[in-house]
Design a protein around this ligand. Structure first.
Ligand code: ATP
Ligand code: MG
Length: 283
């Protein structure tokens, strides 16, 4: 497996003290090792390895049905694993108490691929679900926090009291992102956040994610089929295939990779037009 460490502009490797969990001056925020997950006789992930570094936007791609969502759900402990270890924020999940696990969970935000919001709750109430689950805050403080998150994701204040059925697809994604950010997480998991959005809406959402990463110091794990996102906002890309991470690295690494699926994905007709657009851009 090819492996390229990202360059994180906020990390000064020369100044960094050697701290446990740091490699070449870059902190590993999520480390998955030899992970095997299956359903009955269907082994979906087989001894998969993946590291994510603090402050990066990692794009996770792979053909439909290869296990991208399964990996995300397993990392979040929503699915059981057969074997392997998962270390988040330097902590081995299996080795912590229930209380510590809750503290860890609070540092993770999630935007699921399907059913992003509870349909019977308003946007504000949806954002407050994780707050109610993990924190004991007075209602007026939760209302203020929800208002801040709504503003942060670029929704109008009036969206707070709307139900999901009253929102456009793009607004739903933003509201779901606001909920993922409810507890000010370190690491957010986004499962196909721009699917179903028009190209302009998708580009705006990508810009929002990049802005939040820069301002909040978020680390973003983004499952996506969106080539534009991969080319424009992802620092690094990991490709899932053959039940493992086939290759990981920058977009340049993907373009240089000779794996058949990676070549057809990143150098197909659609991808080539994005590369051309990029080259023709006047900065
Ligand atoms: N709860 C489950 N029970 C049984 N099989 C499952 C379950 N969840 C996922 N699978 C199987 O695991 C495999 C991977 O599914 P997954 O949803 O992770 O694909 P994916 O890579 O996210 O695809 P897509 O790009 O279409 O979202 C599929 O064969 C799917 O049928
Ligand atoms: Mg999926």
């Amino acid at each position: 497996m090819e492996k390229v460490l990202p360059v994180d502009p906020r990390e000064d490797a020369s100044a960094a003290e050697p701290v446990e969990g740091r490699e070449n001056g870059t902190e590993i925020i999520l480390s998955v090792q030899d992970l095997t997950v299956g359903f009955g006789s269907n082994i979906v992930l087989d001894k998969l390895n993946l590291d994510i570094y603090r402050g990066e936007i990692l794009g996770f791609v792979g053909a439909s049905g290869t296990g991208k969502s399964v990996l995300m759900r397993t990392v979040l402990r929503l699915l059981p694993r057969r074997s392997g270890s998962i270390k988040i924020l330097g902590v081995e999940y299996d080795a912590v108490s229930e209380e510590e696990r809750m503290e860890l969970d609070m540092r993770l935000g999630v935007l699921f691929q399907h059913g992003a919001l509870f349909s019977s709750l308003t946007v504000k109430e949806n954002i407050q679900v994780p707050m109610r689950e993990y924190l004991n805050l007075p209602q007026d403080l939760m209302d203020e926090l929800a208002r801040l998150k709504i503003d942060m994701v670029g929704l109008a204040p009036e969206a707070a009291d709307k139900f999901p059925s009253e929102l456009s697809g793009g607004m739903i994604k933003r509201a779901a992102l606001a909920r993922a950010l409810a507890l000010d997480p370190d690491l957010v998991f986004l499962d196909e956040p721009t699917s179903g959005l028009d190209p302009i809406g998708a580009a705006e959402f990508d810009n929002l994610i990049a802005k939040l990463r820069d301002t909040l110091g978020l680390t973003v794990y983004m499952v996506t089929h969106d080539l534009d996102s991969l080319f424009s906002v992802c620092d690094r890309i990991a490709v899932l295939g053959k039940k493992k991470v086939l290759v990981e690295g920058t977009i340049e690494d993907m373009l240089a990779c000779d794996d058949e699926w990676v070549t057809s994905y990143f150098q197909g007709k659609r991808a080539r037009s994005i590369v051309r657009d990029d080259e023709n851009k006047v900065s």
